[in-house]
Design a protein. Structure first.
Ligand code: SAM
Length: 371
């Protein structure tokens, strides 16, 4: 499947929306431009700090907000194995990103635990250097894999879980997967010291608002941190409407009414989740308000798609084909220069300029670009 998506007409330049780019132009520019010392910063002064790597575009869930069943059905053209970056290619690119300043790598997808022998990739990445090496999973296979991932060098996991109510959870994942098995996965990750385990709950109005308070209550004493995520207009297939978003402020109000909260400082500059502590000192939650309070100004994330395209925004419509450079024999230096040149050109700030019109752009799917 070719994922250099045809560009829908974009609004006027200068809005900071993700735009198409010619990789050739960056490679040529990088070859003649003397390299600036130190890590690259983009046009808005944001450094390159995080890399999300999608290791597969396939998933064993069909979450209604991410991979709706009617689109991602039997005939959906998932990537063929030969199109995926190999572990060696991923590790090489990751090391070059590390040289460009990346200190946090998250493996994602699709469902990353579906990629065979993922532990081997984790081992290769762990050898790169002093990295926060994490993974986001739906938890279905985590009970089996937590210890081997930890042994391979993974530092933490984030588990997606949209409800503790079994019927609601089965409706959200749309493959009738029971919540108990995800809870087993969370327990296994905790026992394997992949901690702190974070729990991501996407809230979609009309589906799981009722689950917000029980979820907060359950995890507040268990040592895991729940982050409530506003439903976003990622990709082009989830039929997103602003009316389906439950704003983070409403989520905080609902929890606060039951278990009083107090705002807490960010752990570090640019933290995506806004933190809230319980007033009685027992635990904390996070809210990720990517729709109602965009945090583009502190976004330091690049994304490497399953087939090796570099995206500089989750809401991008096209990416830069690093696999072509890798398979075309580029040196590490040429690759590093191309990545730095692409990052320096970056001006994306989609969430700050989102409208119902931009939501209709042909953005790449989250399962492919990596959530
Ligand atoms: N399969 C893995 C999982 O379920 O965690 C990793 C990939 S998934 C795309 C990564 C994260 O993106 C999950 O926490 C998921 O809930 C979140 N996500 C997917 N679609 C979303 C949407 N439309 N709005 C907000 N978050 C979304």
């Amino acid at each position: 499947m070719s994922k250099v998506i045809a560009l829908a007409p974009l609004p006027a330049p200068g809005l900071g929306l993700p735009r198409a780019g010619s990789l050739d132009a960056f490679v040529r520019a990088a070859a003649v431009t003397p390299r600036a010392p130190g890590p690259a910063a983009d046009k808005r002064g944001r450094p390159l700090h995080d890399l999300r790597i999608s290791v597969t575009d396939r998933c064993n869930f069909r979450c209604v907000y991410c991979m709706p069943k009617d689109i991602f059905g039997r005939n959906y053209p998932f990537l063929a194995h030969a199109e995926l970056l190999s572990f060696e290619e991923i590790a090489r690119i990751a090391r070059i990103f590390f040289d460009q300043g990346v200190r946090k790598i998250r493996l994602t997808g699709g469902e990353p635990l579906l990629r065979k022998n993922l532990e081997r990739l984790v081992e290769m990445l762990a050898r790169i250097g002093d990295l926060d090496l994490t993974l986001t999973t739906n938890g279905a296979l985590l009970a089996k894999k937590a210890q081997s991932l930890r042994d391979a060098g993974l530092t933490r996991v984030t588990v997606s879980l949209d409800s503790l109510d079994d019927a609601t959870f089965r409706t959200m994942n749309d493959v009738d997967f029971p919540v108990a098995r995800v809870l087993d996965g969370i327990a296994a990750a905790t026992a394997a010291a992949l901690t702190p385990v974070k729990i991501n709950m996407v809230v979609k109005r009309g589906f799981n608002e009722e689950s917000i308070v029980p979820m907060a209550r359950h995890f507040r004493t268990s040592g895991q941190i729940v982050r409530f995520i506003e439903y976003m207009d990622v990709g082009a297939t989830n039929g997103w409407r602003m009316d389906d978003v439950v704003p983070a402020a409403e989520i905080v109000r609902m929890i606060d009414a039951d278990m009083p909260l107090i705002a807490a400082d960010a752990n570090y500059a640019g933290e995506v989740a806004e933190r809230w502590r319980y007033r009685d000192g027992m635990g904390e939650i996070g809210v990720i308000a990517s729709v109602t309070q965009a945090f583009c100004s502190s976004c330091t994330r690049a994304r490497l798609s399953t087939e090796g395209k570099l995206y500089t925004c989750l809401f991008a419509t096209s990416g830069y084909d690093l696999r072509a450079l890798v398979r075309g024999g580029s040196t590490d230096e040429a690759l590093g220069n191309a990545i730095a040149a692409i990052w320096r050109q970056r001006s994306d700030r989609y969430s700050e300029v989102r409208t119902s019109n931009t939501a209709r752009l042909h953005k790449v799917e989250m399962s492919y670009i990596g959530g």
